[in-house]
Design a protein around this ligand. Sequence first.
Ligand SMILES: CC(C)(COP(=O)(O)OP(=O)(O)OC[C@H]1O[C@@H](n2cnc3c(N)ncnc32)[C@H](O)[C@@H]1OP(=O)(O)O)[C@@H](O)C(=O)NCCC(=O)NCCS
Length: 171
Amino acid sequence: MPISIKKLSGADAADYRDLRLDGLSKNPEAFGASFEDESPLSVDDFAQRLEGGAVFGARLDGETALVGAVGLRIPVASKTKHKGAIWGMYVRSDMRGKGIGAALIRHVLDYAKPLVEEVTIIVGASNIAAHKLYIKMGFEQYGFERRALKVGQTYYDEVLMSVVLNPPTEQ
Ligand SMILES: CC(C)(COP(=O)(O)OP(=O)(O)OC[C@H]1O[C@@H](n2cnc3c(N)ncnc32)[C@H](O)[C@@H]1OP(=O)(O)O)[C@@H](O)C(=O)NCCC(=O)NCCS
């Protein structure tokens, strides 16, 4: 499937807001953030987020709507800046199973490789599709958090995963 992936800027904010709110409303268990917290945010709020961070969006060639996106957070603190964290991974439901998720992860790992030693991701313990995707892309489980999220009265456990991009230089 011909898609293009690029780092999003403020100009993509309206399209990104649409995609993000679609994900938060349809798959609340997949995200730490919630639809209730983010739906009041304006396009300008999303533009600031995109300008201040690293979010990558996928589009079908020739189309404007985003079909998927993923974010990468790299801490500025000197003791933690060797590890990036992937967040907000999402592919629209009608576009799943076509390789877009894998392409987004590949893209964000290529971007991260010159910047960090390792990349982490948190995935819902019952999210088989995402778990298999990350295993396929080289991630390994290193932890498990019970009752990490509470959506309504339902608790969700989460699996902590990481992939080493540049082996640590221990002395
Ligand atoms: C998880 C998600 C991003 C996968 O995106 P996708 O574009 O469908 O994934 P791909 O088509 O690139 O699949 C790549 C690999 O992931 C795994 N995978 C994807 N969907 C799967 C499914 N339904 N069941 C089992 N494995 C699956 C497979 O290993 C697949 O490789 P294969 O096709 O060679 O078998 C997508 O399902 C999604 O957005 N889900 C809702 C939000 C979410 O869970 N986000 C992750 C938060 S951590």
